[in-house]
Write a protein that binds this ligand. Structure first.
Ligand code: KDG
Ligand code: MG
Length: 402
């Protein structure tokens, strides 16, 4: 089966998404997600200008060889743009293989390791009472795992808290939003949030929290230690992870589990973190970390060290990534949890999908391939709308990690 066409579709049904569509001479097509929030057109161009022409005439079934060809053949290895582009090709080719075999992707991977995929939702509030209300709603909906984020008193803005009553969306149109940050205020406040959750709801739900790269290693160690009584499922991205050895400091001081890796794009970003057992969950995801072929490699390596998966699943990864991730999650033996933030209604219409949600558990469905398609006519009604992620500054104006 030969590839005869490869097109990139950029659309904004509620938010921007980049999709690669690959067509074959047997009339089967597959799609892959290539969305890199705030830098979408860089990946679209990488695909359109540099990758799509190379795909024409290739055997659609040689997925591993195509992955190696695009990775090694570029000479310039890794990086989010390159790896998101490779991921989109990889996802589309697995989709085609599944359709050709008339099998859902999870069966091609080795079959289901569990009945369903536990997902965590986001409870956010401007203050503790509001965050607790949202937490209660998630329990009502059946969620078994819930992430909580909350406004910090006397801080203008904080990561993960919706502005109005709608969904949380960090990207803004036009100018880059400048947020302010104080590690001192955050560190004093956030244990009170977890205390309030456990006091009100007990320990029956898994409690998650995203620090979003804001602390230094020693501050993260202090946070982890101070919140041990609340038994978090994980503390996410406590400090930026470019320096993997920095996590040793956190590990020496706390047993609060650590999740890292949503910005990683290759196994090399987490090699030391995994080998030295400095983390408990690896958050790398299909779209940004080289697709199914590469995430499988990361997960198998992580399994040797009892590190489990916790794939990134924000609304800025498209429903295509969500569908493929659910197949991956259903199969992967060392599964931990899957993030599910939900999508704008328009996005769910543009991307017809086989996956389903039921009381905090998801299933990828039984459609052949990854079970997600794109309605190109509808997609064309939502043109690209540039948006940027915010930056964070300390109260004295120093640019910090967002
Ligand atoms: O584009 C950035 C978002 O994907 C990120 O801020 C979301 O941290 C995030 C999460 O855990 O979902
Ligand atoms: Mg995160």
């Amino acid at each position: 089966m030969k590839i005869i066409r490869a097109d990139v579709i950029v659309t904004c049904p509620g938010r921007n998404f980049v999709t690669l569509k690959i067509e074959t001479d047997e009339g089967i097509h597959g799609i892959g997600d290539a969305t890199l929030n705030g830098r979408e057109l860089a990946v679209a161009s990488y695909l359109k200008d540099h990758v799509c022409p190379l795909l024409i005439g290739r055997d659609a079934g040689r997925i591993e060889d195509t992955w190696q060809f695009l990775y090694k053949g570029a000479y310039w290895r890794r990086g989010p743009v390159t790896m998101s582009a490779i991921a989109a090709v990889d996802m589309a080719l697995w989709d085609i293989l599944g359709k050709a075999a008339n099998m859902p992707l999870y069966k091609l991977l080795g079959g289901a390791s569990r009945e369903g995929v536990m997902v965590y939702g986001h409870a956010t509030g401007r203050d503790i009472p509001e965050a607790l209300d949202r937490y209660a709603e998630h329990i009502e909906e059946g969620y078994k795992a819930i992430r909580i984020q909350c406004g910090v008193p006397n801080m203008r803005s904080v990561y993960g808290v919706a502005k109005g009553n709608g969904m949380y969306e960090p990207a803004t149109k036009g100018a880059v939003e400048e947020q302010s940050w104080s590690s001192e205020k955050y560190l004093d406040f956030v244990p009170k949030l977890f205390e309030a959750v456990r006091e009100k709801f007990g320990f029956d739900t898994h409690l998650l929290h995203d620090v979003h790269h804001r602390l230094t290693p020693i501050e993260a160690a202090r946070l982890g230690k101070s919140v041990e009584p609340y038994r978090l499922f994980w503390m996410e991205d406590p400090t930026p992870a470019e320096n993997q050895a920095g996590f040793r400091l956190i590990r020496e001081h706390t047993v609060t589990p650590i999740a890292v890796g949503e910005v990683f794009n290759s196994i090399w970003d987490c090699k030391q973190l995994i080998e030295e057992q400095l983390i408990d969950y690896i958050r790398a995801t299909l779209t940004h970390a080289g697709g199914i072929t590469h995430l499988k490699r990361i997960a198998d390596f992580a399994a040797l060290y009892q590190v489990r998966t916790g794939c990134h699943g924000p609304s800025d990864l498209s429903p295509v990534c969500m569908g493929a991730a659910l197949h991956f999650d259903l199969w992967v033996p060392n599964f931990g949890v899957q993030e599910y933030m939900g999508f704008p209604k328009e996005a769910l219409e543009v991307f017809p999908h086989a996956w389903s949600f039921d009381r905090g558990m998801m299933h990828p469905g039984e459609a052949p391939g990854h079970g997600v398609d794109i309605d190109e006519k509808l997609a064309a009604k939502y043109p690209y709308d540039p948006a940027y992620l915010p930056v964070a500054r300390l109260e004295d104006g120093t640019l910090w990690n967002w």
